[in-house]
Every structure is written in C-alpha cells, then in structure tokens.
Design a binder for this molecule. Structure first.
Ligand code: PGA
Length: 250
C-alpha cells in the first residue's frame, strides 16, 4: 500500500506574516491526521517562517525549485544544501510554469533531481501534456518523453526516492480538472514506463500525485482511484480550510 501525499504549491503567494497566519489556522485542522504525508511549498522567503511554525507538526516543508550546482556565481539561484539547511525535506522540480516561463527543460529537470537527491531532499518531479498534445492524441508520447528525459537517467536507488506529479497543463489553474479516469490512465501509463526502465517493484512503489485544479469538491472522486497516490494542489492550498478538507480526503 502506497502512502498518500498531499502537497500544496503556493507559487508566488504569501509573505512571511501570511505564512504564519496560514499555519496557525491550518495546523490545528490537520494536527491529528495520520492518513497521509502533508507537504507545503512556500516561496523561498517564507521557508524559514514556515519551518519554524511547522516544527512539531506533521507538516513537511518543500522548496518550489532548486539549482543543480552546490554553490557559485549563479545570481538568483538556491542550492539543494541551502534548502536542506533551511529545513526543507522536499523540493518541486520541473513544474510546468517553470518549463513555460523560465526555460526549464527535461535536461535541467534531470540535473536538479540528481542534485536534490544527493542533498537528501525528496524531489517531486512534475510532468504533463499541453492541451494541444492531448487534442492531438499525444499525451502518452509527451509524458513518456518527459519521463525519459527527466528521470530515466537516475539510478534505481535514486528513482526509489522520488515522487512524480502528473499535471496536465490544461488543468492547472483553469478550474478544468482531469476526470479521475483521465488521471488514472496517465498514472497507469507512467507506472508502466517506470516498470520498463527500472523494475515492477519500483513501479508499484512509485508514488504519483495528480495536480491541476484539485479542490475540496473534486478530491474525493480523484482519491477514489487506486492509481492516484495523492495530489499537488495550487490555488486551493492557499486557504487553510480548503487545504485541510483536501487532506482529510486523502
Ligand atoms: P492548481 O495548481 O491547483 O491551482 O491548478 C496546481 C499546480 O500548479 O501544481
């Protein structure tokens, strides 16, 4: 049985004081839940505040991105060791917004994933097709090429320490969620890719989160699918009540 993970991706939302306010409302609501792993990815500047207020709770903190070098003249970048020392246990890598607006490629995803693992972080590696790919019937093809380019170069041991998030780009921030069946189909396909590249055991242990307009009113249907091992939640993770409701259905 794979343990479910509910992760909140705050994107470029919340200052430090807003982060503290969120946790004082959210932590009591999920304090006793042991049904899943809970992760929150605040923007870099709010990580120390989040780590401080999450201390002693069941909520882990994540970065939203990482650079692959250990240190150096890379203005604006943050290393995996910096995230670890700040108290992060996870990091999101290859989110579609980074691919779309900041030049992220499968190759940079692979480098970042390796660096994150070497530092002891758990990477949440994102992939997913555009609407045009889906309409052209290329969903599996695109997901496979992102899988191959992004994580297939990992060793089997490294691969066993990552999470994958399937996020169809047409569902992100659009209110248009993939149906549970669409999500399940792609999750099954990705598991097959993992079995082919690594092993059946690696594939069945791999946790694949779904992301894209996950809300309190659709989480139940999504989580009813055995293939879905949790969710990566954007907009609905910004509100303590709505994110706590999502956690309770995992
Ligand atoms: P959304 O974002 O839940 O607001 O669609 C999901 C994501 O980008 O991870």
């Amino acid at each position: 049985m794979r343990r479910r993970v509910i992760a909140g991706n705050w994107k470029m939302f919340k200052t430090q004081s807003e982060t503290r306010a969120f946790f004082s409302a959210f932590a009591p609501l999920v304090g006793s839940s042991t049904n899943c792993d809970i992760v929150i990815a605040p923007p870099f500047t709010a990580i120390p505040a989040a780590v401080e207020v999450a201390k002693g709770t069941n909520i882990a903190i994540s970065g939203q991105d990482v650079f692959w070098e250990k240190d150096g003249a890379f203005t604006g970048e943050i290393s995996a060791n910096m995230l670890v020392e700040a108290g992060c246990r996870y990091v999101i890598i290859g989110h579609s917004e980074r691919r779309q607006f900041f030049g992220e490629t499968d190759e940079t995803v692979a480098k970042k994933t390796k660096a994150a693992l070497a530092a002891g972080l758990t990477p949440i590696v994102c992939l997913g097709e555009l609407l045009s790919h889906r309409e052209a019937g290329q969903t599996h093809h695109i997901c496979k090429s992102q899988f191959t380019g992004g994580v297939a170069a990992l060793t089997a041991d490294e691969f066993s320490r990552i999470l994958i998030a399937y996020e169809p780009v047409w569902a992100i921030g659009t209110g248009r969620t993939a149906t549970p069946e669409i999500a399940s189909d792609v999750h099954r396909f990705l598991r097959q890719c993992a079995a082919e590249r690594f092993s059946a055991a690696h594939a069945s242990a791999l946790r694949i989160l779904y992301g894209g307009s996950v809300k309190p009113d659709n989480i139940q249907g999504l989580m009813a699918q055995e293939e879905l091992d949790g969710a990566l939640v954007g907009g609905a993770s910004l509100d303590a009540k709505s994110f706590a409701t999502i956690v309770s259905f995992a």
